[in-house]
Design a protein around this ligand. Structure first.
Ligand code: SF4
Ligand code: F3S
Length: 111
């Protein structure tokens, strides 16, 4: 048995899942993650961490194609062991804040 990631993960990448995996078996593509089915020890810790319910046990119905997809890409993509999205969010937040301050300053100068 293994856990796998399905299409709900596409473009999400919350990455709460990678932080809890004890065997570091998540792999990162451009717009989603996958789990290596042969490395996953079936502990189930990651499943409740995903806010969009993208992680499933392969014992659920219709998961065969996702197991193959996860296996295929986990052998190509790099491993990911730490959440990265937060960093991106913080950077975007900072830029917005700087832009906002700049706009406010500009408005004051124009008065
Ligand atoms: Fe990692 Fe456990 Fe999730 Fe498998 S079930 S991917 S071992 S956290
Ligand atoms: Fe994807 Fe869920 Fe992890 S959206 S990155 S599987 S927390």
């Amino acid at each position: 048995m293994t856990y796998i990631v399905d299409e709900e993960c596409i473009k999400c990448k919350y990455m709460d899942c990678v932080e809890v995996c004890p065997v570091d078996c998540f792999y990162e593509g451009e717009n989603m993650l996958v789990i290596h089915p042969d490395e996953c020890i079936d502990c189930g810790v990651c499943e409740p961490e995903c806010p969009v319910d993208a992680i499933h046990s392969d014992s659920e119905d219709g998961m065969e194609k996702w197991v193959e997809m996860n296996r295929k890409y986990s052998e190509i993509w790099p491993v990911i062991t730490e959440k990265k999205y937060l960093l991106k969010t913080l950077k975007i937040g900072k830029i917005k804040k700087i832009n906002l301050n700049y706009t406010l300053m500009e408005n004051q100068e124009n008065k």
